[in-house]
Design a protein around this ligand. Structure first.
Ligand code: ARG
Length: 464
């Protein structure tokens, strides 16, 4: 990083009598990370310049020069030829300085009626809007992959758990659809957050607005914003839209993490419900037999860092008086890392969902072992007229006997079953089967295979 530029070259230089130390320069600079906003910064500047020209604040020749300079700068950035200078502090001053080098006074006129405060707020919103759009596409792809898996296994029976104990039989398709629901709500949250991201701060200038006859609605339209921020102080200072995004992202990661936890458990040889394709796993440097589910484990771990970013931004904001404070420069790294982590995670998980092999036999064997149809037996007795609490008690005694004998409910003879309730008849064996149990839960939201298929069809239609 060259430091050859004198203080005179800095945008606010004339006010100062001594230069900052190199350490302070590095401490206060953001160019190393905010250069990532460069293309959004140029897009915002071009919209601002177009408005300055349309309102007669700058002339057409200056506008044309700004456009020409920005086209070249964009090409330099794309080609990796743009020289980012620490002395110029941030992405905004770097680009403006280069523009002035290229087109002279027209470049110096660009900042008329604008401040870096409303400029950076605009850049972040443009960046975040685009990130949300990418994430929305990925959430859709992930759900489509989960729907395929659910469809292949609409009839595959596994034990459903509460307290990590076998509870009732469910279908694997139904289990996958639970995650689809979570990711659908996540997509809704992203769409909702986007509405508040998509408002234009530009025109707020430093904090109070500007004396120039600007046209903020015109800029909003050019940049595709739905509205303009209605108060200049609020426009430059609040980052609640970024906090909201991080909260929505933390929830997506939380859902990914819950799924990861299950994948890890299911892939454990002790459980053996699934296998995950080799490309998502790694071996051990010492134990040749190992195949570890690294991707889900890492996703579970990365949820911690995304949650941390949410707390960073909340804490960053909570003590700030109006309006802009330099604290806000610290919004970027947590936000960027949240976007990167979430984007990579969703991309990998959409692919990984296609690489999950379900071991239906192991699932079935586990469902047969845990008295998973005990509730069905109780419901059966209720349908024969016994009050539910009495039915519960009768079945509890039946299970107790099975535990003592080391057998399952379906292994008892009709005679033995009738010892627990005289209401039991030969048709009881229909409800003691796993298939009978899942098929009987035949209502919206239930685990019956035909409900699973109907839910898949409904969600596919919604996803378009
Ligand atoms: N780099 C700054 C940030 O990210 C841009 C705004 C600086 N404004 C100022 N008055 N120093 O927030």
């Amino acid at each position: 990083m060259t430091a050859q530029l004198s203080k005179k070259s800095e945008a606010w230089s004339a006010r100062f009598s001594e230069p900052v130390s190199d350490l302070v320069k590095r401490y206060t600079a953001s160019v190393f990370f905010d250069k990532r906003l460069a293309l959004f910064d140029i897009e915002g500047s071009l919209a601002h310049a177009e408005m300055l020209c349309a309102t007669g604040i700058i002339n057409q020749a200056d506008h044309a020069e700004i456009q020409r300079g920005m086209t070249q700068i964009r090409a330099e950035i794309d080609a990796g030829r743009f020289e980012w200078l620490l002395d110029l502090e941030d992405v905004h001053l770097n680009i403006e300085k280069r523009l002035t080098e290229l087109v002279g006074d027209a470049g110096k006129r660009l900042h008329t009626g604008r401040s870096r405060n409303d400029q950076v707020a605009t850049d972040i919103r443009l960046y975040l809007r685009s990130a949300i759009d990418d994430i929305t596409v990925l959430l859709r792809a992930f759900r489509l992959a989960l729907l395929d898996l659910a469809e292949q296994h609409a009839d595959t029976i596994m034990p459903g758990f509460t307290h990590m104990q076998v509870a009732q039989p469910i279908t694997f398709g139904h289990h996958m659809l639970a995650y689809v629901e979570m990711f659908s709500r996540d997509a809704e949250r992203m769409a909702d957050c986007r509405k508040r991201v998509n408002r234009l701060p530009l025109g707020a200038a430093a904090l109070a607005g500007t004396t120039f006859p600007i046209d903020r609605e015109r800029v909003a339209k050019t940049l595709g914003f739905d509205d303009v921020c209605r108060n200049s102080l609020d426009a430059v200072s609040d980052r609640d839209f970024a906090i909201e995004f991080c909260a929505a992202a933390a929830l997506v990661m939380t859902h990914v993490s819950r799924m990861s936890e299950e994948l890890v458990i299911w892939m454990s040889p002790r459980v053996g419900f699934i296998d995950i394709a080799d490309r998502f796993c790694t071996g051990s440097s010492i134990m040749p037999q190992k195949k570890n589910p690294d991707v889900p484990e890492l996703a579970r771990g990365k949820t911690g860092r995304v949650n941390g970013h949410l707390i960073s931004l909340l804490t960053l904001m909570k003590g700030q008086p109006l309006a802009y404070n330099k604290d806000n420069q610290e919004d970027k790294e947590p936000l960027f890392d949240t976007v990167d982590t979430l984007t990579d995670t969703l991309r990998i998980f959409a692919d990984m969902a296609t690489g999950i092999t379900v071991k239906a036999d192991a699932m079935r064997a586990a469902a047969l072992q845990g008295y998973a149809t005990a509730t069905d037996l109780a419901d059966y007795l209720v349908k024969k007229g016994l009050p539910f609490r009495d039915a519960h008690e009768a079945v509890a005694r039946t299970v107790r006997t099975c535990v003592d004998r080391g057998c399952d409910l379906g292994d008892l003879s009709l005679e033995e079953l009738r010892g627990f309730s005289a209401l039991i008849e030969a048709d009881v064996f229909d409800v003691l089967t796993l298939e009978g149990s899942v098929a009987a839960r035949d209502h919206i939201g239930g685990t019956a295979p035909n409900q699973v298929r109907a839910a898949i069809a409904r969600i596919r239609t919604q996803l378009g």
